[in-house]
Write a protein that binds this ligand. Structure first.
Ligand code: APR
Length: 324
């Protein structure tokens, strides 16, 4: 179920299908279209010739030929004309149609480039929002296990919503230790947040009352307390079903920190509850870790949206959260 933002050349990926940002002729072009045709070899163009083109917002599938990917799903994104010509709906349709074809074929992994965000001029941050929202909504309603990669070719192009980044950067500045000190006791059982100001909650609020509870036990208890199903929780945590089954069946499972953070966001935990859950797995949030401060910002502001968090983590070259 995970949606993962990665930096790579899509033609190198060994996935079931890569998506091509094509034009309506399907006869090749520049950008990622050109790269995919070069890597796949001439047989791809031969097959594309039989498809009689593709409408904007639609998608068609071919074999992958010399690519590591088994298939190529060709979709035609909208050209940006300022945003009032149905561009957002057409771009959304590119992602939904491509994912629907992948689902029909029973594919379990698919990689997208940033459709329309190159030659077609779609503003990158808006194209990123459409991509993430379309894919996340599809995965939310999809029963099948499917891992989706959103492939960023060049970090230089990458842009996140400006107001979001400003919020995160302001928070990070406010948290540096000139006005508060975070001291983590070595016992491993207690994380104590000793603020120089009186704004911290008493220690017992930080130390979950079930000291001997394992990570798995606390996770499953929180799922029940929040009235969530297992599926709802692991989908929102950017974790796949197989891993969740492993966690559920092993009372002493030891997750990665990024996985534990994914569950904290999925469960909409407070900062204190997040620290308690992390502690069960032997981790803690740290003021000197940019990635932790980004997650803290979102949790403190009640924005439990793992995809938005990962957009910002990727922008800051930090490890994205969830399991992959
Ligand atoms: N791997 C991943 N992403 C890539 C790669 C690659 N090898 N090459 C380019 N990209 C990225 C670009 O950086 C951009 O962010 O793909 C995104 C889409 O850019 P374009 O390829 O220009 O696609 P688009 O904006 O949809 O324009 C489509 O361009 O190449 C022509 O034939 C194509 O006419 C069509 C138009």
């Amino acid at each position: 179920m995970p949606l993962l933002i990665i930096q790579d050349d899509i033609t190198r990926l060994e996935v079931d299908a890569i998506v091509n940002a094509a034009n309506s002729s399907l006869l090749g072009g520049g950008g990622v279209d050109g790269a995919i045709h070069r890597a796949a070899g001439p047989k791809l163009l031969e097959e594309c010739r039989t498809l009689n083109g593709c409408d904007t917002g639609d998608a068609k599938i071919t074999s992958g030929y010399d690519l590591k990917a088994k298939y190529v799903i060709h979709t035609v994104g909208p050209v940006w004309h300022g945003g009032s010509m149905g561009e957002k709906e057409l771009l959304t349709s590119c992602y939904v149609r491509s994912l629907s074809i992948a689902k029909e074929r029973g594919l379990s992994s698919i990689a997208f480039p940033m459709i329309s965000a190159g030659v077609y001029g779609y503003p990158f941050d808006q194209a990123l929002d459409v991509a993430v929202d379309s894919i996340a909504n599809f995965l939310d309603s999809c029963e099948d296990d499917m891992t989706v990669y959103l492939v960023i070719f060049s970090r230089r192009d990458y842009r996140v919503d400006g107001s979001l980044m400003t919020g995160v950067l302001d928070y990070m500045k406010s948290r540096y230790p000139d006005n508060r000190e975070r001291v983590m006791l070595a016992t491993g059982f207690k994380a104590m947040n000793m603020c120089l100001e009186s704004d911290s909650a008493p220690v017992e609020d930080y130390v979950d009352s079930r000291i001997d509870e394992s990570f798995t036990q606390m996770l499953l208890r929180k799922i029940d307390e929040k009235g969530m199903t297992d599926v709802e929780c692991y989908k929102k945590a950017n974790v796949d079903r197989k891993l969740f089954s492993k966690i559920r069946s092993n009372v002493n499972y030891h997750p990665r920190k990024r996985t534990a953070l994914g569950f904290a966001v999925a469960l909409k935990l407070s900062l204190e509850e997040t620290e308690a859950l992390l502690m069960k797995a032997g981790y803690a949030l740290s003021d000197s870790n940019k990635g932790d401060l980004v997650v803290e910002y979102f949790i403190t502001n009640g924005i439990w949206d793992i995809n938005k968090i990962n957009e910002v983590l990727f922008a800051m070259d930090q490890e994205i959260i969830g399991e992959y």
